[in-house]
Design a protein around this ligand. Structure first.
Ligand code: ASP
Length: 586
């Protein structure tokens, strides 16, 4: 080994030991006859010292020639420092170097490799291997590593078998576009990269594996956001002979295990809420429960008073922002402008300030008396000092806008603390979702999700009302995982495809293998998949999943370090029997 110790290891008790350290030069301080070098590796930083009177001239010169990020090996004696640094664990000692070997020189890095860096995102991504040298970045990947190890530990302990499924497959409908790979030996034919191993894990249940999991890469060709990458990782799971309740309990166990063992947090019991309630009270299927601020429906209290905007609205929704009654005119104008931005799309905002003396001040004083406003306030549980915010319009958009406003107020009032974790199971999702664009129903989860037995008759009469045995795990307003109990018989699966607009031939061509498998003794089964990158981001307290991926892609799906995607050689295209003819997108 080129070292006897790491750069994070030596303490005062090691004084007088002869040691060798290897690592990167973090910083050189040259005071003429005295040179200090901070030597860094993934374990920490240790200070090296070279002194004119006791160090050979040649060695001193070599030390003076060191630049940032040179890779060196230093051998010498551990000594006690005269001025100690209590900010780092090795701060009591330094190494009086006797031998210095430059293992590799380095160009001046394009940005400073320290926790606080001067490098912008684009530059750091181009030199991601340098970015990864920074403690703050490496620690995030170490967290990811711990999460993986603890996941495997828990799953193994619960008798799950980790099985790898193929990456070159046929399209699975998870609602996104597929990435495709041309087949050389089958000209004109393509593999699809899995959006998830959904059909394979179901087939493993038919095979009797009973409990499957896999930490697996999935690929979805979607528009990118901070919390989306074209390739991402799932903890993918499936179980046979279980009810929804068994699945919720098993995976509540996994999440608790991770919080406990990785973060040292005892997670509270995971609450349950139906999709219908989540939409009614929070306007959102992934409510952030770190704060309350539930929606109140005000139609009955507000309509018929001559205020046209409310009278014409399908719904009038209010929230109570606790303690925001002191908001200034300027703050309220800002809020009004905020809800009117095109991204939110509200036409306006009505507010009611609950004054300390029990009176009210609102933008609709003309139409509502103090007594009227008191009834609103009472319904919303408001007290003096609170602020009521009211939006109105058509139901769907108003719920959505109010959901955004609620989150914004939560943020402004400091109610979205990253160190508080509020997990929630959202259950009873609708089976189908109407898509305006294509004018047909889509599977809200995926086509293999089982409808609730009692709702099956509704498939013919009112498909939008059919509820599924589908569930999502939400933490602090972020969807961490989702799954369902599956259909496990051919007839129901065929019925489902029919409702999704598949002809029998199409269903057979795409999923004949699965439906056939259902005819060979398929056990009842269900499962779930967790977005592993997001889970890591929640644990690490950040919004971007990119920080938790060693080599992420940018917002255009590009890896700027290896410069991909890229064109390929004509020779390769020829082998694939492919001609490129780029067409303008319509
Ligand atoms: N395959 C699903 C997904 O990726 C998860 C599941 O139903 O287990 O969302």
């Amino acid at each position: 080994m080129l070292r006897t110790h790491t750069c994070g290891e030596l303490r005062i008790s090691d004084v007088n030991k002869e040691v060798s350290l290897s690592g990167w030069v973090q910083r050189v301080r040259n005071k003429g006859g005295l040179i200090w070098v901070d030597l860094r590796d993934r374990y920490g930083v240790t200070q090296l010292i070279f002194e004119e009177d006791s160090t050979e001239k040649e060695l001193l010169e070599k030390a003076a020639s060191l630049g940032r990020e040179f890779v060196i090996r230093a051998t010498g004696l551990v000594i006690e420092r005269t001025s100690k640094n209590d900010k780092i664990p090795t701060g009591d000692i330094e190494i009086k170097v006797k031998q210095l070997e430059i293992l590799n020189a380095a160009k001046v890095p394009p940005f400073i490799i320290e926790d606080e860096t001067d490098g912008g995102e684009e530059l750091r991504m181009k030199y991601r291997y340098l970015d990864l040298r920074r403690n703050v970045v490496r620690e995030k990947l170490q967290l990811r590593h711990r999460m993986m190890q603890e996941t495997r530990k828990y799953m193994d302990g619960e008798n799950f078998i980790e099985v790898e499924t193929p990456v070159l497959i046929k399209s699975t409908p998870e609602g996104a576009r597929d990435f495709v790979v041309p087949s050389r030996v089958n000209p004109g034919e393509f593999y699809a990269l899995p959006q998830s191993p959904q059909t394979f894990k179901q087939l493993l249940m038919v095979s009797g594996f009973d409990r499957y999991f896999q930490i697996v890469k999935c690929f979805r060709d979607e528009d990118l956001r901070a919390d989306r990458q074209p390739e991402f990782t799932q903890i993918d799971c499936e179980m046979a002979f279980v009810t929804q309740e068994d699945i919720l309990n098993t995976f509540e166990g996994l999440v608790k295990h991770l919080f406990n063992n990785v973060k040292g947090v005892a997670l509270e019991e995971v609450k349950r809420m139906t999709y219908a309630d989540a939409m009614k009270f929070y306007g959102n299927d992934k409510p952030d429960l770190r704060f309350d601020m539930k929606f109140a429906e005000l139609n009955e209290l507000t309509q018929g008073n001559g205020f046209g905007i409310f009278d014409q609205a399908e719904i009038i929704l209010g929230i109570c922002a606790k303690g925001a009654g002191e908001y200034t005119r300027k703050q309220l104008d800002e809020l009004t402008n905020w809800v009117k931005r095109p991204q939110i799309g509200a036409k306006g905002l009505v507010y009611v300030k609950c004054n300390a003396d029990g009176t009210f001040k609102s933008t609709v004083d003309k139409f509502y008396s103090n007594e009227d406003l008191k009834v609103w306030a009472d319904l919303m549980g408001a007290e003096p000092g609170d602020l009521l915010l009211v939006l109105s319009g058509d139901e769907k958009s108003t719920r959505k806008q109010m959901s955004e406003l609620r989150l914004k107020m939560g943020e402004e009032l400091g109610l979205r603390n990253r160190n508080i974790f509020k997990p929630l199971w959202v259950v009873d999702f609708p089976l189908l979702e109407w898509d305006e664009e294509t004018q047909r129903f889509h599977a809200m989860h995926h086509p293999f999700t089982s409808p609730k037995k009692e709702d099956i008759p509704l498939l013919e009469t009112n498909p939008g009302e059919v509820r599924a045995n589908a569930y999502d795990l939400v933490i602090n307003g972020v969807e961490i995982g989702g799954g369902s109990i599956r259909i496990h018989d051919r007839t129901t699966q065929q019925l489902m495809f029919k409702h999704l607009g598949f002809t029998d031939e199409e269903a057979q061509k795409q999923f004949g293998f699965l439906m056939e498998a259902f005819e060979y003794g398929a056990p009842p089964h269900g499962g779930i998949a967790f977005g592993f990158d997001r889970l890591c981001a929640i644990f690490g307290g950040s919004d971007s999943i990119r920080d938790y991926i060693a080599f992420p892609k940018n917002n255009s799906g590009r890896d700027v370090m290896i410069d991909s995607p890229s064109t390929i050689a004509d020779e390769q295209l020829k082998e694939l029997s492919i001609q490129v003819n780029i067409q303008e997108k319509s």
